[in-house]
Design a protein around this ligand. Structure first.
Ligand code: NAD
Length: 381
């Protein structure tokens, strides 16, 4: 299906029924039934959350035109805000005309933290125990290990915030899972052993959402000629976007709104694929401020006759575990995109984020955000 063009010209003018038929062709069995009614039975609601009393619907649309690493994607987005999907589709159209997005997720490592309080011995006493620590942690996840994942490193951090706290990191390759439950189980399994060995009281045992070993990178190079819009020349648009990026790099007040525009593209795809958007938000914001000042997650600059956009941020997503396979609508959204790995989903999500950022900055730098946004918003009110 990734050979089937996602350049669905005039898609927004079709009736919803006709759109459904078109998108069903991207599904393996040409059926998108779970997307028509939300996909959650009473029984599933009861299994997903406690005290379930019903379901809360969001509109689901698809962003068109995405060309990522040479593959075609229509990108499902569940979101309540008008203009998000139109903006992402529009920016993806400009980017595809210049060759599309290039994106990678080199590693799928999640970190579990084990806090050790008031240790009587140095953490260095654990150095010789690392193979045993890895064995104990891996023993809790035989399926993950069999598939090629598991603990890849153990990091010993002494005196975190003072001498009364040491922290051990288990770095776990989670393959196609987001991994929170798996690594939490691992952390709880090894904590008593670590505490015993260094004469400490075990403290917290849980993953870190600052997934800095799971960084996705997405990039696009858009020729000036593909950027022209509503009477504004492409070079002027590019200069405006680069200047807006510089503003966000200099000023955290602006960077927060810049990043909100990126999450406009990211969160709806996470919701549509059953992923934990709170985890990705927490990771993104923690990463954005790591150097001491809150920074933009994507930046833009000009090279010759092109506008270059680059995004880098933690992207802990899964296509197994969590709600991704258990929620019939999420499973169908993954199928429509033809997603085969968590890394592939991560690059699609990141590209949607970069597209949304380009759409927002190019509008802000030209006619302003309200012209397009309010036209679409007024249909709702
Ligand atoms: P999970 O508990 O369902 O574990 C994934 C399962 O999939 C494992 O049993 C694993 O063996 C199996 N698996 C099969 N094929 C696999 C493959 N190819 N790659 C990897 N695993 C494979 O899910 P999880 O990913 O460990 O946890 C995700 C859930 O944890 C989400 O629902 C999230 O909301 C929740 N959570 C998040 C936090 C947090 O972010 N702070 C904390 C706790 C829980």
């Amino acid at each position: 299906m990734k050979n089937k063009s996602s350049r669905l010209s005039g898609f927004h003018r079709l009736s919803m029924r006709t759109r459904q038929k078109e998108i069903a062709q991207f599904a393996k069995d040409a059926s998108i039934a779970p997307l028509l009614d939300g996909g959650l039975s009473d029984e599933l609601c009861d299994r997903f959350v406690e005290n379930a009393i019903g379901r809360f619907a969001l509109p689901l649309g698809v962003a068109t035109n995405f060309l990522i690493n040479g593959q075609e994607y229509v990108v499902p987005m569940a979101v309540e805000e008008p203009s998000v999907i139109a903006a992402a589709s529009n920016a993806a159209r400009m980017v595809r005309a210049s060759g599309g997005f290039i994106a990678t997720l080199p590693r799928s490592n999640t970190v579990a933290q084990i806090e050790l309080r008031n240790a009587t011995q140095s953490l260095l006493t654990l150095k010789g125990e690392i193979p045993e620590i890895i064995r104990m942690a891996n023993d809790t996840q035989p399926q993950l290990v069999q598939l090629g994942g598991g603990v890849v490193d153990v990091v010993l951090r002494e005196n975190v915030g003072g001498p009364a706290r040491h922290v051990v990191h288990l770095v776990v390759n989670c393959l196609d899972a987001m991994g929170a439950n798996m690594v939490n189980t691992m952390a709880e399994a090894v904590a008593p052993f670590l505490a015993m060995r260094c004469g400490a009281t075990p403290g917290l045992k849980i993953l870190s959402n600052l997934a800095d070993q799971r960084l996705v990178r997405a990039e696009c190079r858009v020729a000036f000629l593909h950027l022209k819009r509503n009477g504004f020349g492409g070079e002027d648009v590019a200069k405006g976007v680069a200047a807006a990026s510089a503003f966000a790099e200099a000023d955290p007040w602006r960077a927060a709104t810049h990043n909100k525009g990126i999450f406009n593209g990211i969160d709806p795809v996470l919701v549509a694929t059953g992923n934990d958007w709170r985890a990705v938000e927490a990771g993104g914001h923690a990463f954005a401020v790591q150097e001491g000042q809150y920074k933009p997650l994507a930046t833009w600059h000009i090279e010759d006759t092109h506008l270059i956009g680059k995004l880098e941020m933690p992207m802990a997503v899964g296509i197994v575990g969590g709600a991704s396979k258990a929620h019939p609508a999420a499973a169908k959204c993954l199928e429509i995109m033809g997603i085969e790995s968590a890394a592939e989903l991560a690059v699609v999500v990141a590209s949607a984020g970069l597209a949304s950022n380009l759409a927002a900055l190019s509008a802000l730098s030209t006619e302003g955000i309200q012209a397009g946004h309010m036209r679409l918003h007024s249909r709702r009110v």
